[in-house]
Write a protein that binds this ligand. Structure first.
Ligand code: ZN
Ligand code: ZN
Length: 342
């Protein structure tokens, strides 16, 4: 039997990528009857679907954010497990983006397409690494799809934060970090760098921090940043959602030093705009080198780009003899941008 054309298996629609032979959408931006969800960020995981197929971790995150009953039915698929949906086999494999994040491998009659969701290639102590899956069509994001985006080693960025606490022991270091994924990664990286003191957190992160810990990510001693503190948190590290850093919540701290952990912090104007004194370039998305390396590693017959800065990656694909097209899906943005993800 001849393999179907890729557009017959996955096709861009206003709701998101639609799979007709399985009658489901991947990461639909509107409520649909059947959804496969790659990860828990709000632009990919929405409430109100008929049924949801996702990893157990992503389902736990959705329960936490939306409450049980966000969908009429849920089905958990562990990494690597194959689930038959209609005429299609669906398998979720690690994407290395946040806890539970997955690529959706969709296969029908010998045609295999991989929807990467959001991903990165570098090590993240809070989730398993991205798994390369050879396929006919690789569907990638391109949040940082320009050669100017090259993220440094995150350990060096964390070292800069620790150094700053020594250099400014009278100032509270307020680290803006997206509440799902970035916050827990920054905390784990601090622990790996030897920061064993209590880390103070904004109340909006408590439940996700607890969820990560329940899934075996050891965050070490945490305490709410609301309690009174003898030195108003001078020299301490406080993690908060990026939006809290600039508002009146931050006034309780001793001479607060605003820090922001985001891939966008490589753009100086963005750091300045937000009043960030210590920009940390830490991203949960692939940078330019990771994107191009991934396309080389996966070596797909075709590359489809969902969203982001697609022009750069399209041009690169053309120069490297990879057939590529931009889908320009709307409704996805990265977490850090939404808060004013990266
Ligand atoms: Zn995401
Ligand atoms: Zn996203």
């Amino acid at each position: 039997m001849a393999a179907p054309r890729p557009e017959k298996l996955l096709c861009p629609k206003p709701e998101g990528l639609y799979c007709a032979p399985g009658d489901f959408y991947v990461d639909p931006v509107r409520p649909v009857e059947r959804a496969v969800i790659t990860h828990g960020h709000a632009d990919h995981a929405r409430a109100g679907h008929g049924s949801v197929l996702a990893t157990p971790e992503t389902l736990a995150i959705m329960d936490e954010r939306y409450g049980r009953g966000h969908a009429r039915a849920v089905q958990a698929a562990a990494y690597g497990e194959t689930v038959r949906v209609g005429e299609v086999d669906v398998r979720l494999v690690p994407a290395g983006h946040v806890l539970g994040s997955a690529q959706a491998v969709v296969e029908c009659k010998g045609l295999r397409m991989v929807v990467s969701g959001d991903y990165k290639r570098r090590r993240d102590p809070t989730c398993p690494p991205f798994e390369v899956t050879p396929c006919d069509v690789f569907i990638s994001e391109a949040t940082f799809g320009l050669p100017v985006f090259r993220h440094p080693d995150d350990r060096g960025e964390i070292e800069r934060l620790i150094r700053s606490t020594r250099q400014f022991p009278d100032r509270a270091h307020l680290v803006g970090a997206y509440a799902l994924g970035k916050a827990q990664r920054v905390i784990r990286l601090l622990r790996e760098a030897g920061w064993d003191r209590t880390i103070y957190t904004h109340g909006a992160m408590d439940r996700l921090n607890a969820l990560y810990q329940a899934h075996g990510v050891d965050l070490g001693p945490l305490a709410p940043a609301t309690a009174s503190h003898p030195t108003k948190f001078a020299g301490e590290i406080v993690i908060a959602p990026p939006s809290a850093i600039a508002d009146k919540w931050s006034r309780r701290f001793a001479d607060p030093l605003p820090v922001f952990a985001s891939g966008w912090m490589s753009v100086r104007a963005r750091a300045r705009q937000r009043g960030v004194e210590l920009p940390l370039v830490i991203s949960d998305h692939a940078d330019w080198d990771e994107l191009t390396r991934t396309v080389k590693d996966v070596a797909p017959g075709e590359l489809w780009i969902t969203h982001g800065r697609e022009e750069g990656l399209l041009r690169w694909a053309e120069l490297n003899g990879v057939k590529a097209r931009a889908l320009a899906l709307v409704g996805y943005e990265d977490e850090d941008e939404e808060d004013d993800d990266g």
